[in-house]
Design a protein around this ligand. Structure first.
Ligand code: BG6
Length: 286
């Protein structure tokens, strides 16, 4: 069966290769696993809480309608990264057999009441996930179904599984403006490749190139983005990992890197009836 549904998860399996699959938790529409020919491509914390009481630590959490914590405006009453990852999405079903594609939907009626009241606008999100032989494509359609304008930010918070963080390079970011949350400074990226040897938490703004993640000199993931101008690179390293109760094992930072495609350096305004679309395609190269 290419699509399997339980009360909590939806699993897509490639008919031509059953060891290539993607597993989606309805809570947060959070992708928990993506395997290509039996190899896991995403990092999921051993301490991830999957019962709906918290956002999932790992896989691909969805960030909407705010990235991080906003200090002003209507999203300032929301928790960090908004409510999409804290809501249980509706499975809308399969929309294509080749590539194998499913959709999930979220509207105010699915959002926990306290969060819905905190950001009280009408909207529809349609999340489309397509599984290819060596690709995973995620797309979002955002619609303003209310009678007033509202602003949003959005991001696919992808946790990539990698064998050794010290051998990882992220390419395609050279020359772009960086908002560095660790050093609390802004600068232009001068390195031809970004490496990680301490806590990294950076927003790369208006990135033109496709982003490539390499490991031990070998190309591992190629990331193609549409309408997602920004790229966040995050690795909590030793201390920040310890401070997250659901980040396990504590040295799990050695085998993950978040490279997150988003539209987060500014705000997108949607008027009543307007829609906006974005997508990300990750190709596994190794
Ligand atoms: C990243 C942010 O996208 O997400 C970091 O840039 C943040 O600042 C990280 O720490 C994890 O966030 P959370 O809310 O899942 O712990």
């Amino acid at each position: 069966m290419p699509i399997e549904q339980t009360d909590k998860e939806v699993i897509l399996t490639l008919p031509s290769d059953p060891s290539t699959s993607v597993k989606v938790l309805l809570h947060g529409a959070n992708i928990l696993s993506w395997t290509v020919a039996g190899n896991e491509k995403l990092w999921l914390s051993e301490g991830a809480i999957l019962n709906g009481s918290k956002a999932v630590r790992g896989g691909v959490p969805l960030v909407f309608p705010v990235f991080g914590k906003s200090s002003s405006g209507p999203t300032s009453t929301l928790p960090q990264h908004g409510f999409a990852r804290l809501s249980t999405w509706e499975f809308l079903g399969q929309v294509s057999a080749s590539p194998l594609t499913v959709q999930f939907g979220l509207g105010p009626e699915n959002v926990p009441e306290v969060l819905r009241k905190a950001w009280d606008f009408d909207f529809t999100l349609i999340y489309t996930i397509s599984l290819g032989a060596d690709t995973l494509e995620t797309a979002m359609r955002v619609e303003n179904t209310s009678s007033v304008d509202w602003d949003f930010q959005i991001l696919f918070h992808t946790y990539f599984h990698i064998p050794d963080i010290q051998q990882v390079e992220v390419k395609g970011l050279t020359g772009t403006n960086v908002k560095d949350k660790v050093s609390k400074s802004d600068y232009s990226e001068s390195n031809t490749a970004v490496t990680v040897a301490s806590e990294v938490d950076r927003v790369y703004e208006n990135v033109d190139d496709d982003v490539l993640i390499t490991s031990a000199g070998k190309a591992r993931f190629q990331i193609y983005r549409k309408n997602l101008a920004d790229v966040v690179v995050w690795n909590p390293w030793v201390n920040a990992s310890k401070n997250m109760g659901d980040f396990r094992p504590e040295d799990g930072y050695k085998s993950m890197i978040c490279v997150e495609a988003g539209s987060v350096s500014g705000w997108t305004t949607l008027s009543p009836g307007q829609t906006w679309e974005c997508s990300e395609k990750v190709k596994s190269l190794l």
